[in-house]
Design a protein around this ligand. Structure first.
Ligand code: FES
Ligand SMILES: [Fe+2]
Length: 423
């Protein structure tokens, strides 16, 4: 049998990751079991999704008070809301009386989170504040303060909302590395959602992320797109952080200019104004930042061969109220390109599941981001906790930035220009 379908592999053991740990020019992709095997999926849920900073939405879903989001996070369900001071709060979606699910879906909550079963009530800070009839006959030493909702870490960066089940994982800002600084010029905090759609894709979540990270497939899977997003116009966009980033510059707009139809955000610098930034934040969110819009794809693993993808189109605050008619071409552009990607990743999934041949070689020229991504996965799968996680470093400017790309970026981001000057 090919090695990819071996059932007794211990995926937490460093030895099984030797193909991933090899240098790029000798590295292989992941074994088919990493995409199609139930036991890999189960361990990955525990080691990655139960411990990482996982994207659970876009920030403007929870911008106002009184809203409560219900999200699946690894093995758990959580709720996310804001307290009366507007601070973000997250809790396990389970009542402290007999554990009932507090909410089934996103809803409005006013000032109290109420359990539907026996109407215990919790403040927006999670404190237990109402227990109808419970204390008619006092219990021995019952302490309401010890029965608040179980907190979960939540945080936002830019247009994204994140949550983390593990208390010892480094803070989100450490996880993101230099990304907030790198993207500071866009002012993403105030951008607003204009369209959302959800797709159920018959492919493992990693295949969708990997496909996003490499432009090797561009000419064959997206022949139309490749005419304007030219292969030689792709460059590295990679500093330290749990992400894999690339940039297209200049972002072309002649034959197919739908994605440049809307006006750009105000006050972008000369690099942001002519570039597209394509960033896969580990583990589950894909971020495309253009001068005039953002397209995010959040991946929620459902099963080894099934992923729910939530796509959101966001616009800068200044153009957020643009008409639906004006937004249409940008949305349709992404829907068309994404459809081409969905077809090919589903085909990858079928080959990995039904062919299950051993892992193949990565293309050093195009697939370095996959190597980086696989190594982040290996770090999570083989560590007992993420407390000591080493956030991967970025390129050393002038040494590696153009090593596997198209040469020297003619429009380097400000952060890279600064590094070049400081030498
Ligand atoms: S289970 Fe929630 S109030 Fe009883
Ligand atoms: Fe693609």
């Amino acid at each position: 049998m090919p090695d990819g379908v071996a059932r007794d592999v211990d995926w937490t053991s460093p030895e099984v990751w030797s193909g991933t740990r090899a240098p790029l020019t000798a590295a292989t992709g992941l074994a088919p079991a990493a995409y199609a095997g139930q036991s890999f999926f189960d361990i990955e849920q525990q080691h990655v999704f139960d411990r990482a900073w996982v994207c659970v939405g876009v920030a403007d879903e929870i911008a106002g008070r009184g809203r409560m989001l219900v999200r699946r996070l690894g093995s758990r369900s959580i709720v996310v809301t804001r307290n009366s001071d507007g601070e973000l709060r997250g809790f396990l979606n389970s009542c402290r009386h007999r554990g009932t699910e507090l909410a089934e879906a996103d809803c409005d909550v006013a000032n109290t989170i109420r359990c539907p079963y026996h109407r215990w009530g919790y403040s927006l800070d999670g404190e237990l504040i109402a227990t109808p009839g419970f204390e008619d006959v006092p219990r021995d030493g019952f302490d309401r303060a010890a029965h608040g909702l179980h907190p979960v870490r939540v945080d936002t960066w830019g247009v994204l909302l994140f949550a983390c089940l593990a208390e010892d994982t480094p803070p989100l800002l450490e996880w993101l590395g230099d990304l907030p600084q790198r993207m500071a010029g866009y002012g993403l905090d105030g951008w607003v959602s204009r369209d959302e759609q959800t797709l159920d894709i018959d492919a493992n979540w990693k295949l969708i992320s990997e496909n996003f990270q490499e432009y090797y497939h561009l000419r064959w899977v997206h022949p139309e797109l490749a005419k304007v997003s030219r292969v030689p116009d792709h460059y590295r966009y990679q500093g330290p952080g749990m992400y894999c980033g690339q940039t297209t510059t200049p972002v072309s707009g002649d034959a197919r200019d739908e994605w440049l139809a809307l006006p750009p955000a105000p006050e972008l610098d000369s690099s942001d104004l002519v570039s597209g930034r394509f960033v896969a934040i580990f583990p589950n969110v894909l971020l495309s930042v253009l001068p005039n819009h953002v397209w995010t794809m959040r991946l929620d693993p459902v099963a080894p061969g099934r992923t729910r993808e939530t796509c959101t189109l966001l616009l800068p605050e200044a153009t957020g109220a643009t008409t639906d008619e004006a937004v249409g071409p940008t949305r349709d552009f992404w829907v068309a390109v994404n459809g081409e990607d969905v077809d090919i990743v589903q085909r990858s999934q079928r080959g990995l599941t039904l062919g299950a041949v051993p892992a193949g070689p990565l293309a050093p020229r195009f697939e370095e981001p996959l190597h980086r991504f696989h190594n982040m996965l290996a770090d999570c799968m083989t560590s007992a906790s993420l407390a000591g996680l080493e956030v991967p470093r970025g390129d050393r400017i002038g040494v590696e930035a153009d090593r596997w790309g198209s040469g020297v970026n003619p429009n380097p981001p400000t952060i890279e220009l600064t590094e070049l000057v400081e030498g």
